[in-house]
Write a protein that binds this ligand. Structure first.
Ligand code: KIV
Ligand code: ZN
Length: 518
């Protein structure tokens, strides 16, 4: 792979930089699922987490490492020996492990641990050497590189290379750089720093000014051969470079950017939907490549052109990113085999028990809705419950109109049916209050979001709910043709996950952020 000078390594950090973004917390099983999808899609390096941050992160990185197939599994570590040791413990069982260690090198970041330039240089030498003694694949990052003094950046990059780093990542931590500067910085580093030709240079961009994709592609022009990115551009603030954007840009504009990746682009849409579901971060409708409208041609003139020749308005085909073009909807006469075939076509792999569960809900939906489209099926998959949940919705009756709404809710709590009635400011408020009467809790509602899955008034609504309690975050999703029922189920789903976290796994919150650089 490395002998091909135009091959760009795709380094996905959805499970580290993406997951660390407030509210995007994923469960252990969700992290394993996403890692497997990334591996199957052809991602070269998966940054699976920050092992010293919490017990949960350590377990997730270790298990992802053990289950990895082709991808390099990487863990993040601050420039401290115990961090690096913990990181190595977590990744060492991967077929291809990598340690990624970093320190903030700009004047603002140097001030946090209060190190002089010389002291920091010494720390870099010591920590990179230590990492390299443990693992022969070491990545080093000068955090906030784009705001680090040029001379000092050259000096520390040289030290990291001499100490054994095999990949040098140049982060634009605050999304400050612009394309011309991004290309120029990498080009000059490669020209100036002794030993630069023996390592891979990587680019890691944040999207604060909306330039992350352009900056990453420009860095490749400048000589970078690794792009760090996340699915859907997930990440704190405005997010990271979106994997689907850089990969498709390199594919579609290969005429002017003659670089290639190992990504199976047909798997993009499915993983985008899964990341959106498990993180509770919806994809904006007009988002490039994976937005609901990215391939929709609404206006008459566009539709006319499309019917005559799809290339009139399409620079890539929906199939290229895994959107099945003309697939027929299912209906109430479709059987289990048809559902299984449809799921396969959509790239969804489910076990027999999950298929049984989805089939029951598919039949229920098909009774209420004439045509069940691909998006409806995907919503059913995303909303499939966790099985032995402590709280289950049994019945919901709501009256609402111009006056106050009233909800009567029956719920099974640890196997026992109970019921409550509450008034509220609208049907959803009344329903959530009734849930709280039956299961009192102090969880704060951080997010409540409703989306119509397809067109029409009989469309299913998907609802996402994010709750926060004592620093623990849990998300819940559900789908139903009745928006209030979907809301109740999503709320109960999130509460069930909080119960599991509180009980079985204890308080699984990150104690350290990668920004706590000391
Ligand atoms: O944005 C950043 O600087 C990072 C580093 C830890 C690489 O995520
Ligand atoms: Zn970052």
């Amino acid at each position: 792979m490395m002998n091909d000078k135009n091959r760009v390594v795709i380094f996905d950090t959805t499970l580290r930089d993406g997951e660390q973004s407030p509210g995007a917390t994923m469960t252990h099983d969700e992290k394993l699922e996403i890692a497997e999808l990334l591996d199957d899609m052809g991602v070269d390096v998966i940054e699976a987490g920050f092992p010293i941050a919490s017990e949960g992160d350590f377990r997730a990185v270790s298990e992802i490492a053990e289950r990895s197939k082709d991808a390099v599994i990487c863990g993040l570590a601050r420039a401290q020996l115990p961090d690096i040791d913990r990181c190595w413990e977590a990744v060492k069982n991967a077929g291809k492990p990598r340690i990624h260690t970093f320190i903030g090198t700009s004047p603002l970041h140097r001030a946090i641990p209060n190190l002089t330039k010389d002291e920091m240089a010494e720390r870099i030498e010591q920590t990179v050497t230590h990492a390299r003694n443990l693992c022969d694949n070491v990545q080093w990052s000068p955090m906030d590189a784009t705001r680090t003094e040029w001379d000092y950046l050259c000096r520390v990059v040289e030290i990291a290379i001499k100490s054994g780093a095999t990949t040098i990542n140049i982060p634009d931590t605050v999304g400050y750089t612009a394309p011309i500067e991004s290309a120029d910085l990498i080009r000059r580093l490669i020209e100036t720093v002794p030993g630069a030709d023996e390592v891979i240079f990587a680019t890691h961009c944040h999207n604060d000014l909306g330039m992350a994709t352009a900056n990453s592609l420009a860095a490749v022009e400048g000589g970078a051969r690794q792009i760090e990115c996340t699915i859907n551009g997930l990440g704190e603030r405005a997010g990271n470079t979106a994997l689907e954007e850089v990969v498709m840009a390199l594919k579609v504009r290969n005429d002017i950017m003659p670089y290639h990746t190992g990504i199976d682009t047909k798997k993009i849409m499915h993983i985008s939907r899964r990341v959106s579901t498990v993180s509770g971060f919806p994809v904006q409708f007009n988002k490039a490549i994976v937005g609901k409208n990215a391939f929709a041609h609404e206006s008459g003139i566009h539709q006319d052109g499309m019917l005559k020749n799809a290339e009139t308005f399409e620079i890539m085909r929906p199939e290229d990113v895994g959107i099945s073009g003309t697939s027929l909807p299912l209906g109430k006469h479709s059987g289990r085999a048809a559902l299984r075939a449809k799921l396969k076509e959509l790239g969804v792999d489910v076990g027999d028990n999950q298929l049984k569960d989805i089939f029951v809900r598919f039949k229920d939906l098909a009774d209420r809705k004439k045509e069940v489209f691909d998006d409806d099926i995907l919503a059913l998959v995303s909303a499939s419950g966790d099985g032995d949940d402590a709280l289950q919705l049994v019945n919901l009756h709501v009256t609402c109109g111009t006056g106050p709404a009233e909800a009567t809710l029956e719920m099974e709590i640890d196997g026992k049916e109970e019921s409550a009635t509450s008034e509220g400011d609208g049907p959803v408020d009344a329903t959530f209050k009734a849930v709280r009467m039956l299961h009192p809790n102090k969880a704060r509602l951080q997010l409540y979001q409703v989306h119509a899955v397809t067109e029409g008034t009989d469309a299913q609504a998907t609802v996402s709910v994010r709750l926060e309690e004592d620093g623990m975050i849990a998300t819940g999703q559900s789908a139903d043709t009745d928006t209030v029922v979907a809301s109740a189920k999503a709320y109960i789903h999130a509460l069930n996950r909080l119960i599991v976290r509180r009980g079985k796994t204890g308080k699984d919150v990150k104690e350290i952020s990668y920004r706590d650089v000391t």
